[in-house]
Design a protein around this ligand. Structure first.
Ligand code: ADP
Ligand code: ZN
Length: 758
C-alpha cells in the first residue's frame, strides 16, 4: 500500500509554514483566481486534505470539480478522476491545464504506446489529476497496478451512475465497487448533481465509503430566470428569444427528432447559426455538432434529450424547452445546463396541453404497471409546474424537498409580473355555453373558434356560426380564449378526454359556474405578454463593445490552442474585464477566474486589448478601473452597457434597411451608439449590407488604413482620414473586416502590425 501524505504541499514557494495551517485559500486565489469558496466547497476541500472520504451532492454549476482539483493540486501523488464520458475528458483536462494544473487522461482514444507513456508518467508522479473511464478500472490487472502508483485520492464524478435507482445507471460503474478493496487506505470521494435518498445510500454502500463527510448543497440556481409560456407559434417564440440574445449560446430542447430538424432549419433560414443534435444522427455528426457548439462556432444547438451529460460549456445563456419535459428531474437537469459560470441565464418552457398526451404515449409503453404509474405521477407534477401560478423557483426546489423561504424570488415570471386574480365568470360561461350547445363533442380549438367567431370551413360546414354563442368573444382576441380554456382545464372546470382527438367536457365544478351558482376567479396570467421572453432580472451592465472585442480575441486564441473558448476565460471573467477595465497584471488578477497561470499564459493580449480600447474611448472615466487588490462591491459608475436587447433592436432596424441616422432617430440614441452597435453586430457575424451605412469610397480608404495599422486602434485610422470620416464609420468598417475573416490579433491574417506597436 502506498503511504499517503495528504498535507504535503506541492507549491512550496507558497510558504506553507506548517503543514497543518497550509493556506488552501491562497491556493484558491493563486491557481483558480477565485476569492471565495462557493457553498460546501471549503468543507469538502478540508475533509479531503484531512484524509476523509466524501460524498457530495451539488447542483450542476455548483463547482464540483474545484472540490477535488484544489486538494489534488496540494497533495503528493495523483488524484484519479473517474468520469463517465470519454468525449468530455479532453475538455476537462484542457480546462485543468489552463489553470496550471498537471492533468492527463487515460482512455481508449489513446494508442497503446501513448497509454504506456501515461502510465509511466503516473508512476513518476507527474500528474495532479488523471482522468479515466470506469471501463478502464474494470480492465484485468488495472487496479492491481494502481495499488503501486503514487495516488493522492480517488474522485468519482457523476457518482449516481453507480445506482440502479438513478436515472443514468451505467453498468460500467459497478466496477467501482471493488475500489475500496483494491486500494485500501486510499481516500474515496464521490460527487453527483442528482441523488435521492435512496440513490445516496446506494452510492455510499457500493463504494464502501468510510464515515464520509456527507454534504448536500442547495439546488437553488439564483442566476437562472425561470419562465413558462403557452406554446403558440413555437418556432417564432424560440426565434424571438434567440434574437434577444445575439451571439449568445443557447440550447433548444424538442421532444421529437423531426421537430429538432424543423426548428433547426427554421432558425438557420433566418440567419441563426444553429445545428441539430439527436440520436438519429450518426455519432460523427453528433460529436462534430457538439464540438462546434462548445467552441462558440454555432450559437444554438437544437436537440432532443440525447444532448445531455456531455455539455461542459459554462457560457450557455439560455435553455428553451419547446415541449414539456417528461418530469421535473429532467426539466431541472436540462435547464441546469444554462449559466454554469454563475452569470444570468434564461430558462424558458413552452408547453401546450397536447404535450400531456404525447408524453403519455411514451409512458403507456413502459413495461411494468408500477413504472407506468410512477411515470404518470411524474408527468402530472410536471404539468402542474407549468400551469400553477406559484413561484417557479419555489416549485422546483420543493420538488427536491427543499424549502424556499423568500416571498419573492425576483427571477421567475410569476414573481416578476405577479399574478392577478381575475373574475372571469362571464367569460367562462361563454366558453361552457359553446361546449354545451355543441353537445360536448368538440375539442378546444374548435370551441375557441366558435367563441371568437372564426370563419373556418368546419364552422361553416357544421353551421356553428348560427349558434348563439358564435362570436360573442370577438373583442378579446383568440389568444385570450385559448389561455382561458387552458386555465379552466387546469383548475378543473373542464376536462379534456378521448384520444387521439380529446374533447372538452364540463365538470360538476364547471356546471356550478355555468349556472351562476359559483363565481370563477382565476389566478392565471391571462394577459401575459406574447412573444419575446423576459431577460434575467439581474441584468449585468458591462461595456458591450469591449466585450465583443475580447470575445473575438478569446475565440482566436482558443482556436490556436485547440481548446474551447470558455477554457481560457469564462464569460464572467470577460464581463468583469468590461466593467473594471484592468490595465495592469495585478488588476487583472483581481478579476474572477484569473489565476497566476492564466495571467501568465493569456493575460498580455487581453491587457493590451483593454488598453487600446481605453485609448480609443477617452470618455471612460478612470475611477471605475480596478487598481488595487479588491474589486469594489458594485461598480459605481458603469458606462451605459450595450445590453443584448438594445443590440437586437438595432439589428432589426438595420435589417429593415434603415441607415445609421434613421436608426438613431427612431431609437432616440446617438448615432455614435448605433455605429458601435453595427460594428459589434458585424463582428458577431451578423450579415448586414455595409453599403447601407458607409460610403464605398470611405470604406475602401479605411480598409487600406486598417491593413497597415491593424484593427485594434481606431484613432490612427480616423486621424489619417483627415475629416473625411469619423469614428462611426471606423467602427462599422472594422466590424465588417472582422466579419470578412480579418483577425483582431496582429500576427495573423492580413493585418501586419497592430498590437505590438503600443
Ligand atoms: P459542476 O461540475 O458542479 O457543474 P463546475 O466545476 O464545472 O461545476 O463549475 C462551474 C463553474 O463555476 C466553473 O466555471 C467554475 O470555474 C466556477 N467556479 C467553481 N468554483 C468557484 C468559486 N469558488 N468561485 C467562482 N467560480 C467558481
Ligand atoms: Zn419566483
Amino acid at each position: 500500500m502506498y503511504p499517503i501524505v495528504p498535507l504535503f504541499a506541492k507549491f512550496c514557494h507558497l510558504q506553507c509554514h506548517t503543514l497543518q495551517t497550509f493556506n488552501y485559500s491562497e491556493q484558491l486565489q493563486r491557481l483558480f483566481g477565485y476569492s471565495t469558496f462557493r457553498a460546501n466547497q471549503e468543507e469538502i476541500v478540508q475533509a479531503i486534505l484531512a484524509g476523509r472520504d466524501v460524498f457530495a451532492v451539488m447542483p450542476t454549476g455548483g463547482g464540483k470539480s474545484l472540490c477535488y482539483q484544489l486538494p489534488a493540486s496540494l497533495m503528493k501523488g495523483t488524484c484519479l478522476v473517474v468520469s463517465p464520458l470519454i468525449s468530455l475528458m479532453k475538455d476537462q483536462v484542457d480546462a485543468a491545464n489552463a489553470f496550471g494544473m498537471k492533468a492527463g487522461l487515460l482512455n481508449s482514444t489513446l494508442s497503446s504506446s501513448e497509454q504506456h507513456e501515461v502510465l509511466a508518467r503516473l508512476q513518476d508522479g507527474v500528474y495532479d489529476l488523471l482522468y479515466l473511464s470506469p471501463e478502464r478500472l474494470a480492465l484485468p490487472g488495472f487496479l492491481e497496478r494502481m495499488r503501486r502508483a503514487p495516488l493522492s485520492f480517488v474522485a468519482v464524478d457523476e457518482a449516481h451512475c453507480i445506482s440502479e435507482w438513478g436515472h443514468d445507471f451505467r453498468p460500467d460503474y459497478l466496477a467501482l465497487s471493488s475500489l475500496r478493496q483494491a486500494l485500501p487506505g486510499v481516500v474515496l470521494t464521490a460527487f453527483t448533481a442528482t441523488a435521492t435518498k435512496r440513490v445516496e445510500e446506494d452510492i455510499v454502500r457500493r463504494l464502501a465509503l468510510n464515515k464520509p463527510l456527507m454534504t448536500r448543497a442547495s439546488f437553488d440556481r439564483p442566476n437562472l430566470f425561470y419562465q413558462v409560456q403557452l406554446r403558440e407559434q413555437v418556432n417564432s417564440q424560440i426565434e424571438a428569444v434567440v434574437a434577444a440574445h445575439p451571439d449568445e449560446a443557447g440550447i433548444v430542447y424538442r421532444l421529437s427528432r423531426a421537430d429538432v430538424e424543423k426548428t433547426a432549419t427554421w432558425l438557420r433560414d433566418r440567419g441563426v447559426k444553429a445545428l441539430p443534435y439527436h440520436a438519429g444522427l450518426d455519432s460523427q455528426t453528433r460529436s462534430r455538432n457538439q464540438e462546434a457548439f462548445n467552441r462558440d462556432e454555432v450559437q444554438v444547438v437544437v436537440a432532443t434529450v440525447a444532448f445531455g451529460m456531455g455539455i461542459d460549456k459554462s457560457n450557455v445563456r439560455f435553455v428553451i424547452h419547446g415541449d414539456l419535459p417528461k418530469n421535473m428531474e429532467s426539466y431541472y437537469q436540462e435547464t441546469g445546463r444554462a449559466g454554469r459560470d454563475g452569470e444570468p441565464a434564461l430558462c424558458l418552457l413552452l408547453y401546450g396541453r397536447g404535450d400531456y398526451f404525447r408524453l403519455r404515449k411514451f409512458i403507456d409503453q413502459l413495461a411494468g404497471e408500477e413504472e407506468r404509474q410512477a411515470g404518470l405521477a411524474q408527468l402530472a407534477r410536471m404539468m402542474d409546474f407549468a400551469e400553477q401560478p406559484v413561484c417557479r423557483r419555489r416549485a422546483v426546489l420543493h420538488y427536491f424537498e427543499e424549502e424556499y423561504v423568500p416571498e419573492n424570488c425576483g427571477a421567475c415570471d410569476i414573481c416578476k409580473h405577479g399574478v392577478e386574480s381575475i373574475d372571469a365568470t362571464t367569460e367562462a360561461q361563454m366558453v361552457m355555453s359553446a361546449i354545451y350547445r355543441t353537445d360536448q363533442r368538440f375539442g378546444a380549438g374548435h370551441i375557441v373558434d366558435i367563441v371568437y367567431g372564426a370563419k373556418t370551413a368546419r364552422i361553416i360546414a357544421l353551421a356553428h356560426d348560427q349558434l348563439k354563442t358564435y362570436g360573442v368573444g370577438r373583442d378579446r382576441g383568440k389568444r385570450f380564449w385559448r389561455q382561458l380554456v387552458e386555465a379552466m382545464l387546469g383548475e378543473g372546470l373542464l376536462k379534456s378526454e378521448g384520444e387521439p382527438f380529446p374533447l372538452l367536457h364540463i365538470t360538476a365544478m364547471g356546471e356550478e359556474v355555468l349556472f351562476g351558482r359559483e363565481k370563477y376567479i382565476t389566478r392565471r396570467m391571462l394577459e401575459a405578454k406574447a412573444g419575446a421572453a423576459d431577460t434575467n432580472a439581474a441584468e449585468i451592465s458591462y461595456d458591450g463593445s469591449l466585450f465583443a472585442i475580447l470575445r473575438q480575441l478569446r475565440r482566436e486564441m482558443a482556436d490556436r490552442e485547440g481548446v474551447p473558448p470558455y477554457v481560457l476565460f469564462s464569460d464572467k471573467s470577460l464581463h468583469q474585464m468590461c466593467i473594471y477595465f484592468p490595465q495592469t497584471p495585478e488588476a487583472l488578477l483581481v478579476i474572477n477566474g484569473v489565476g497566476q497561470m492564466k495571467l501568465e499564459r493569456y493575460g498580455k493580449p487581453f491587457l493590451e486589448a483593454i488598453a487600446l480600447y481605453l485609448s480609443d474611448n477617452p470618455e471612460i472615466s478612470p475611477q471605475q478601473m480596478v487598481q488595487g487588490r479588491e474589486l469594489p462591491k458594485a461598480p459605481r459608475q458603469v458606462r451605459k452597457s450595450v445590453g443584448t436587447e438594445t443590440l437586437a433592436e438595432t439589428l432589426r432596424l438595420a435589417k429593415a434597411g434603415l441607415n445609421v441616422e434613421a436608426i438613431a432617430a427612431q431609437r432616440e440614441l446617438k448615432s455614435s451608439t448605433i455605429a458601435a452597435h453595427l460594428g459589434e453586430l458585424l463582428q458577431q457575424g451578423h450579415s448586414l449590407d455595409i453599403d447601407q451605412f458607409v460610403d464605398r469610397e470611405v470604406r475602401n480608404a479605411m480598409t487600406e488604413l486598417f491593413r497597415s495599422h491593424g484593427l485594434f486602434r481606431l484613432r490612427p485610422i480616423v486621424e489619417a482620414m483627415e475629416g473625411r470620416a469619423g469614428y462611426d464609420e471606423a467602427h462599422i468598417v472594422r466590424g465588417f473586416l472582422v466579419f470578412q475573416g480579418w483577425k483582431l490579433e496582429a500576427e495573423e491574417g492580413p493585418v501586419s502590425s497592430g498590437l505590438s506597436t503600443n
